[in-house]
Design a protein around this ligand. Structure first.
Ligand SMILES: N[C@@H](CCC(=O)N[C@@H](CS)C(=O)NCC(=O)O)C(=O)O
Length: 281
């Protein structure tokens, strides 16, 4: 990869699966062109549907001719011979970036540790994402489902998904980040998902603490709390946190949780999606 060329990441105008790819490019100091497609809510006789033609009827058609697997997120890179390559599948994009920016460890064993961690973080994302896109008949059912998500993710036994990371950090010489004291690809995914879970805990009043920097400790995960703070204060992450990209909703407009402001649902009648189509960082 030619480090002076920009990297394009295409995704919806949300964080979702696109956010981690965007973060890695910015962290690595490479110029990012974030292309942001907008899902459009359509209201007809009290029925709401969502139109994705901003993506499906436009860029997707041309990009599909170059890569039949094309999906969101996608990534376009320019190699040393000035050839453009179009990559689909978020994990493939992240692993490519990891190999190129030396953020997948220094040998095969470390790379395999990163891959396991990346897939484990994806499992953790899966729990909250499927909840976020579920619509409930009433608030009681929603609260009940939120409690189930809480138990699944935060339970303090071997089935607990978040506990796995707490134990990983403890058994890894108390290293600052997942692989060691250097940032690697799964750290970005873990941070992004913990950020989403913290919003979830606050939104459903599952914690009394309101300070994001203390919440994980309050629910019994001090090492992850420290990880969260250390990652947030990485000087090379500052550009991302100061960009519009960090303020995008967690989920897309069709989601019941995290698609509007903070944990709220997208307000079809009052909210306007002003995200620029192209954000250059
Ligand atoms: N396994 C794929 C999942 C991709 C996917 O489901 N993308 C969703 C958004 S999260 C989408 O709307 N894709 C657009 C499309 O199907 O064209 C990945 O990790 O990239």
């Amino acid at each position: 990869m030619n480090t002076s060329n920009p990297i394009t990441i295409g995704y919806w105008s949300t964080k979702g699966l696109g956010s981690v790819c965007r973060q890695v490019v910015i962290y690595a100091g490479q110029k990012l062109i974030a292309k942001n497609y907008k899902l459009q809510p359509i209201v007809e006789n009290d029925n709401v549907s969502f139109d994705g033609s901003d993506w499906t009827n436009k860029d997707k058609i041309e990009l599909k001719k170059r890569n039949s697997l094309i999906n969101l997120p996608y990534m376009e890179i320019i190699d040393d011979k000035d050839q453009k390559h179009l990559i689909s599948q978020s994990n493939a994009c992240l692993l490519y970036l990891g190999r190129n920016f030396k953020m997948l460890g220094i040998n095969e064993i470390e790379q395999t540790r990163c891959e396991q961690l990346l897939l484990e973080t994806n499992d953790l994302r899966g729990i909250i994402t499927s909840f976020a896109y579920t619509h409930f008949k009433n608030k009681d059912l929603e609260k009940e489902a939120a409690k189930e998500v809480y138990e699944k993710a935060f339970q303090k036994n071997d089935a607990g998904k978040i506990q796995k990371f707490e134990h990983w950090l403890s058994s890894n010489d108390n290293s600052k980040f997942l692989l060691n004291n250097n940032v690697s690809i799964p750290d970005f995914n873990l941070f992004d998902i913990l950020d989403f879970y913290i919003e979830f805990l606050k939104h459903y009043n599952l914690v009394d603490e309101t300070n994001d920097d203390k919440i994980l400790s309050t629910v019994g995960f001090p090492k992850l709390n420290k990880f969260f703070i250390d990652f947030k204060h990485l000087p090379k992450m500052k550009k991302y946190f100061n960009s519009i990209l960090y303020s995008l909703p967690y989920t897309n407009k069709s989601a019941n949780f995290g698609s509007g402001i903070k944990g709220n649902k997208w307000d079809i009648n009052h909210q306007i999606d002003n995200t620029p189509f192209e954000i250059i960082v």
